[in-house]
Design a protein around this ligand. Structure first.
Ligand code: TRP
Length: 331
């Protein structure tokens, strides 16, 4: 059976982009593959969270994984820092990751631009840690959003390079995966790029947002003054709203508003009202479970322990092989 690995950085609440880009696929894939889903708390250290924030964020993501329907008996759910073998493989892979290629990663270049006062080595080698996460379980499929494609290409490069260096076939190639025909990108509500926590208030709809907050955010989404010519191309902020409708609403709803747009009869207020209600319906089952699970500390502790044991079993098996190949042997 093919192995699947994916993770989400623990920087707090999960939003619709996390859900449709990744988690919805996790939930479907768990029944068909050998799945490892983790909370990337080591990756979140690049922004220097306080211990309390770090812990709270890890808990939040764990709760939301479970609320979204990942079953810890079916898939392995674990916290990245509970598997120290990942950090060890990261160290070995770093020896064959080159400054030039790391500097060329678009996510790194973005960070250099947006947080020039904290361009640390952890940010530079973020894709190496991500590669270690994936190949330590010898995964071939990685459910992620479109923005992660370059990171996956780098994971293939680092795995292949290790194989070639030691002339062994240890790591298979991992590829991005989505059940829908294309990789999903959920845009934000601010009319610009993707939905994300770092993009500012109001840009992201969180799975834990109450219906009122969802309505408010959607009603405030950026729009233009409306089409003036039939069948004109939608500007980015309008296309973004249609992109979200495409994933949360019924195909009929999409066609309906697309027709109104193309005939210059659209009223954005109506579109937003419908979109808000469809988001509320789509996220209701998750929202309802978040609080119950968050209050069940013994359950969370048990899930984390069980996941750590299963993930370490797989990771340490690979690492025994890797150490031997590198030449770390006992006398
Ligand atoms: N980089 C991913 C993101 O920002 C998170 C991540 C870290 C990840 N390690 C991973 C995703 C391994 C898939 C597999 O969303």
């Amino acid at each position: 059976m093919e192995t699947v690995v994916s993770g989400i950085r623990s920087t707090g609440k999960l939003h619709l982009g996390n859900y449709y880009g990744a988690i919805q696929n996790f939930v479907k894939m768990q029944h068909e593959y050998n799945c490892y889903f983790f909370i990337a708390d080591l990756h979140s250290l690049t922004t220097h969270p306080t211990p309390a924030d770090l812990h709270g964020n890890v808990k939040q993501v764990l709760v939301e994984y479970l609320a979204a329907g990942i079953n810890p008996e079916t898939a392995t759910i674990y916290i990245q820092s509970d598997v120290p073998e990942v950090a060890e493989l990261y160290l070995y892979l770093n020896m064959n990751a080159y400054l030039g290629e790391l500097e060329r990663s678009t996510s790194f270049k973005d960070k250099v631009r947006t947080q020039p006062d904290n361009v640390n080595a952890g940010l530079l080698t973020y894709p190496v840690l991500m590669a270690a996460d994936i190949i330590i379980h010898k995964a071939t499929k990685v459910p992620v959003g479109k923005d992660q494609e370059q990171h996956l290409e780098m994971a293939r490069t680092f795995g292949n390079r290790f194989n070639r260096l030691y002339n062994r076939d240890v790591f298979p190639e991992p590829y991005a995966f989505n059940f829908s025909e294309k990789l999903v990108k959920i845009p934000g509500l601010d009319g610009k790029g993707k939905m994300g926590k770092s993009e500012g208030e109001g840009n992201a709809v969180y799975l834990s947002d109450p219906p009122e907050a969802i309505r408010k955010k959607v009603m405030r989404a950026v729009t233009d003054s409306g089409p003036t010519v039939e069948n004109q191309k939608k500007p980015e902020e309008i296309q973004n709203l249609f992109d979200i409708i495409k994933v949360v609403s019924s195909p009929d709803t999409y066609t309906h508003f697309d027709h109104l747009y193309n005939t210059c009869q659209i009223r954005y207020g109506d579109l937003k009202k419908q979109l808000a209600e469809d988001i509320i319906i789509a996220t209701a089952p998750i929202r309802e479970r978040i609080n119950d699970i968050a209050n069940d500390t013994p359950y969370l502790r048990q899930v984390a322990r069980h996941g750590a044991i299963k993930a370490r079993e797989s990771a340490s098996k690979t690492m025994r092989e890797v150490r031997e190949i590198i030449g770390f042997k006992s006398f």
